[in-house]
Design a protein around this ligand. Structure first.
Ligand code: ASP
Length: 329
């Protein structure tokens, strides 16, 4: 039987999340991930009860959300998460930033730092940009998606959704399907789910499957029916055309025919399959809209809900040292 990783006994004075920043899943141990998921659980119930907004643990702290690439779910949920914890949240969007005026990334980082924020959340189109910024500022940095590299809070919210719906992650067959080549969501999920003991599959047409994908601990499939066979969880990805130079698929119609999630294809998966999508969805391209809307099988809206809880947990944990919380010095 595959077991979920458990935390080793902590040495005196150590705490369960010894990181200054949240830059990617790759830097985290399986039990550190399990710790963040456990922390997020409490916020799910409080958010549902409408009580979380009374928690002022981040009161007096300034949170900057600097998003140099478009976002709906991630930006809004980081803003709501910060506000529910009592932080003063300010948003910088790409259209309003000096990046458009030619400012370098390092100058932008120095500028943000000069305002003495207590935590910065960054999304950037370049892989590695968030790490670079984290090296130039004096506060915790959370990666809200950098290029094709990582999107750690998305993987955490996906894991929380799976864990709540299925009661476990270890031993589940998870098929991640679609434009894997351009997807930071796929990369972070491969690392997280494989590390938690799931049997992870990367399912994509050959043009959208990175050559080295199996090094991330997953099995590659180019045939959608084979990839879905017996899957407990099916996660669909969007064709990320904004990151494509040239054509990777003949047409979206043909793509849907061979790689879209249809009712017939989903019948290959386990009878109690859970369908997921990080959004934004393109109905009729990678997923049949009726499947996405079927709340018995689809967790798409729940993923958004879990996003707020996970981001509250991450903001809380990463600012503990700064807030002088006992045991986190
Ligand atoms: N919202 C996700 C991301 O930021 C997935 C996507 O855009 O397709 O990577």
């Amino acid at each position: 039987m595959v077991r979920a990783p458990s935390h080793p006994a902590l040495a005196d004075g150590a705490h369960p999340f010894p990181h200054d920043h949240l830059l990617g899943i790759a830097a985290l141990k399986p039990w550190e991930i399990a710790f963040l998921l456990d922390e997020a659980e409490q916020w799910v119930d409080l958010n549902r009860a409408g009580a979380a907004k009374h928690d002022g643990r981040l009161a007096g702290l300034t949170q900057i959300n600097a998003f140099f690439e478009n976002s709906t779910r991630t930006l809004l949920s980081f803003e709501i998460a910060g506000k529910r914890l009592g932080a003063d949240v300010v948003n910088l969007g790409v259209s309003g930033s000096s990046v458009k005026k030619g400012e370098t990334l390092l100058d932008t980082a120095t500028t943000l730092n000069a305002m003495r924020p207590d935590v910065i959340v960054i999304r950037h189109a370049a892989s590695g940009a968030v790490q670079l910024i984290s090296e130039k500022v004096d506060c915790p940095v959370l990666n809200a998606g950098d290029g094709r590299h990582e999107h750690p809070t998305q993987a955490l919210l996906d894991a929380l959704t799976i864990r709540r719906r299925k009661g476990r992650i270890a031993g589940l067959k998870v098929a991640i399907c679609g434009d894997i080549l351009h997807s930071r969501v796929a990369r972070s999920n491969f690392l997280l789910l494989a590390g938690q003991g799931a049997e992870v599959r990367a399912v994509a047409p050959p043009t959208l499957l990175p050559e080295s994908v199996e090094a991330l601990g997953v099995t590659a499939f180019t045939d959608m029916d084979e990839g879905l066979d017996g899957a407990d969880v099916v996660m669909m990805l969007r064709l990320q055309t904004e990151r494509m130079a040239g054509a990777y698929v003949p047409s979206t119609r043909e793509y849907f025919h061979f790689h879209g999630l249809t009712e017939a294809r989903l019948a290959r998966a386990a009878p109690d399959v859970l369908v997921m999508h990080p959004g934004p969805m393109n109905r009729g391209v990678e997923i049949d809209g009726a499947i996405a809307d079927d709340i018995a099988r689809s967790a798409v809206t729940e993923q958004v809900e879990m996003g707020v809880a996970v981001r509250m947990a991450c903001l809380d944990v990463l600012t503990r040292r700064r807030r002088g919380i006992a045991g986190w010095a």
